[in-house]
Design a protein around this ligand. Structure first.
Ligand SMILES: NC(=O)c1ccc[n+]([C@@H]2O[C@H](COP(=O)([O-])OP(=O)(O)OC[C@H]3O[C@@H](n4cnc5c(N)ncnc54)[C@H](O)[C@@H]3O)[C@@H](O)[C@H]2O)c1
Length: 384
């Protein structure tokens, strides 16, 4: 007996990641997997099919998934993939259900058990599976590198016989996983770093990384450790407190996000107009519309003397390392459901129950899941 696992080649534009890397192959085989991969799935990260030992390659994605018990991917798969899957098979990928109603309906119709990687609960036991964190950490690091390539000055203090160049001032706005990694990277490179977030709990984290914290006196800590949207009074207070810091910065990294909502605007046009000549903003929230009024998602633009860099899907730009961490996140999740060469789903496991999006033709309710181990895993809700 073994579990047939199929790994898709990503098809979304500019997506370079892949859900399986060679280092994870022996681990999955040890769990009882028989591995199949779509031909060329890892070519975007410069890995040839031959780099995957003990994996069978299939060119056509429908043939690939037809016999699969488990299908692995990074992005939500195309509808024809779901159509070709066995009824009752398992899909594990990012889904973002609110943006994919047709896909969710297909998952329900085909009775696919779908685990959506963005639903992994933020609890200690699930840290090894937390793909949002692993991918955000890489994005936070890369934001500094991107910013540097657009700056006309250096980050650290440099002393030469011709004189001394002072360190650059870096402001990181939004101190979740990406923001803290951006602070750590800028600190390592010798910049003078400030951090800001609407959750005051982040102050200690910024200080522990050697940055200072911009305290605006507004606390917008929301549900589950995430931020809530600001009221208009709070926004005005924050804007007044931040302007001086924004306009003194050489490089600003913005990462602010509110779950299920468009990115909050942290930098307005007037603040950009008053920024230093040559300053750079790297907006990591471009996928959600951006944190700056002048951001054009997916573009690098010049607004007066300021460069605004707003790349989409930043983890994909670091496809090799992002795939390595993502594949390990998925492996850690599979450990919970693969045992003795078969798939056994323990619906009383909080991580399993909260990560599940669809099962047996029903939508799963992450809010209720795990709260009562004797409750059925699914809400009777139907997809919109
Ligand atoms: N396993 C775990 O326990 C675990 C793992 C990862 C993250 N977390 C926690 O989850 C939470 C969210 O982390 P994330 O990286 O997903 O964050 P996120 O991507 O949801 O948001 C990024 C940051 O933007 C901030 N933000 C939102 N609106 C803002 C505004 N108007 N101005 C300034 N900042 C604003 C948020 O507070 C957050 O720190 C954090 O509390 C983090 O510590 C826990």
């Amino acid at each position: 007996m073994y579990v047939n696992v199929a790994v898709l080649k990503e098809t979304q534009p500019h997506e370079r990641r892949v859900a399986l890397v060679p280092s994870v192959v022996p681990k999955l085989i040890k769990l009882g997997a028989k591995l199949h991969m779509q031909t060329g799935a890892s070519h975007a990260i410069k890995l040839a099919d031959a780099a995957f030992k003990d994996v069978a390659f299939i060119a056509d994605r429908k043939d690939l998934v037809a016999d699969a018990d488990v299908v692995l991917a990074v992005q939500p798969p195309a509808l024809d993939v779901i159509d070709a899957m066995k009824q009752g098979a398992i899909l594990i990928s990012f889904i973002y259900a609110e943006k994919e109603p047709a896909l969710v309906q297909r998952l329900l119709d085909k009775k696919i058990t779908c685990f959506a990687m963005e639903r992994i609960p933020r609890i200690s036991r699930a840290q090894s599976m937390d793909a949002l964190s692993s991918q955000s950490a890489l994005a936070g690091y890369y934001a500094i590198a991107l910013g540097m390539t657009h700056m006309t000055s250096v980050l650290p203090k440099i002393t030469s016989a011709a004189g001394v160049i002072g360190p650059a001032k870096v402001l990181v706005m939004g101190l979740g996983v990406a923001g803290l990694e951006a602070i750590a990277t800028a600190q390592r490179l010798g910049a003078v770093v400030e951090g800001y977030d609407v959750r005051p709990a982040t102050k200690e984290q910024a200080l522990s990384l050697g940055a200072t914290f911009v305290d605006t006196g507004v606390d917008a800590t929301g549900k589950g450790g995430y931020a809530r949207a600001l009221t208009s009074e709070e926004k005005a207070k924050v804007d007044a407190a931040l302007t001086r810091h924004i306009q003194a910065s050489d490089l600003i990294i913005t990462t602010a996000a509110i779950p299920g909502k468009a990115s909050p605007k942290l930098i307005n046009k007037a603040q950009v107009a008053g920024m230093k000549t040559g300053a750079v903003i790297v907006d990591l929230s471009a996928d959600g519309g951006g944190n700056c009024d002048d951001t054009e998602p997916g573009q690098t633009t010049q607004v007066g003397a300021v460069t605004i860099v707003a790349p989409l899907n930043v983890p994909s730009l670091l496809g090799k390392d992002a795939s390595e961490l993502y594949a390990k996140n998925q492996y850690a999740l599979l450990v919970l459901m693969m045992k003795d060469n078969i798939v056994t789903i323990d619906w009383t496991d909080e991580v399993i129950a909260k990560t599940a999006l669809t099962h047996d033709g029903k939508l799963c309710d992450a809010e209720k899941a795990g709260s009562d181990p004797h409750a059925p895993p699914n809400s009777p809700a139907k997809a919109a």
